[in-house]
Design a binder for this molecule. Structure first.
Ligand code: GLN
Length: 309
């Protein structure tokens, strides 16, 4: 298929943003993190980066939002860079078929989480990169990684969101303690969960997120943060595990590796073609952005982008 030009793509983004602005069924923002529950659900943004360096956007693409679980992609990249394949002794690579915050598979798998994108898996990854360091060192490394990837220094952590989550983190603390009981936690759970809640509270706009995702799209001009072989594997995990118990549905409807967060953002990768970010705070029953997933489906349909040919 011929590459689509920015002139072909901008009307598609405008049409998507227009359709999403008038959608009436927008899902519900996450309320279990009280700060996220206060966000106006009428917002929608979309941005994409192309291999030539162009950035296209529509709607509220410049508004920062809480990236939440999308941070798990970046901490995984950092952990694989630091620990290599030894990370896989602590976390699996299989879809869970369960909610992002489910604890049941931990008991079935002796404290080894199913994959790095469900909460316990991401907590294990954060715990691994925290080993021997202080939380502030890990958070500084994450911000450095994101700022380098996005070529934008204006990326920060929203402390109010981090503390709001931390005050209600009983479930994540329980999972960390459960892993500790199985020897799968290297730091005190309070340190690991404190770091994890702050990493989830990074704020980025769709434009910043799409720019940060360019290294996953394999663009020649993107920062060489991760080797091509590892990029392929991170994309494989995003495709199979990036949307929890809706990962199969996202792969079917959109056909691209993607990672969602309860802040309402989704990062999706069309390898060699585009890095795409959408955001709308209302979530569906699986905790993924309702309009975000619809927008990705619309975009994939209009462009023909798919990893399945
Ligand atoms: N910080 C959130 C949590 O741990 C992330 C979940 C998500 O985005 N799905 O619950």
């Amino acid at each position: 298929m011929e590459a689509l030009s920015p002139a072909d793509l901008q009307p598609i983004l405008d049409e998507i943003a227009h359709a999403m602005a008038s959608a009436t069924d927008r899902g519900e923002p996450a309320t279990y993190i009280p700060e996220l529950g206060c966000i106006n659900p009428d917002q929608f943004g979309i941005a994409l980066c192309l291999p030539g360096g162009q950035v296209l956007q529509a709607g509220d693409a410049a508004t920062p939002f809480s990236i939440q679980s999308i941070s798990k992609v970046f901490t995984l990249a950092i952990a694989l860079g630091r620990l290599g394949d030894s990370l896989w002794s602590r976390v699996g690579r299989e879809p869970s078929g369960l909610a992002f915050n489910s604890i049941v598979s931990l008991e079935q798998n002796n404290g080894i989480p199913r994959n790095p994108f469900v909460n316990p898996g991401a907590i294990a990854v954060t715990d691994a990169i925290l080993h021997g360091l202080q939380p502030r060192d890990v958070l500084a490394e994450l911000l450095r990684f994101l700022r380098t990837a996005a070529e934008d220094n204006d990326i920060h952590i929203d402390k109010d969101v981090a503390l709001s989550e931390l005050a209600h983190a009983h479930r994540n603390i329980a999972m960390a303690e459960f892993m500790a009981a199985h020897g799968n936690l290297q730091n005190p759970s309070a340190l690991t969960i404190g770091t994890y809640c702050h990493q989830c509270a990074v704020e980025m706009s769709c434009v910043q997120l799409a720019r940060a995702g360019r290294f996953l799209a394999g663009f020649p001009d993107a920062a060489r943060l991760v080797s091509p072989a590892r990029v392929r594997r991170i994309n494989a995990l995003m495709l199979t595990c990036g949307h929890y118990d809706a990962s199969g549905d996202f792969a079917y409807r959109v056909g691209l590796p993607g990672k969602s967060g309860v802040g309402g953002g989704i990062l999706a990768i069309a390898p060699g073609r585009a890095s795409i970010a959408v955001w709308s705070p209302g979530l569906n029953a699986q905790g993924n952005s309702k309009l975000g997933a619809e927008a990705m489906e619309h975009l994939a349909h209009a462009t023909g982008w798919s990893v399945f040919g």
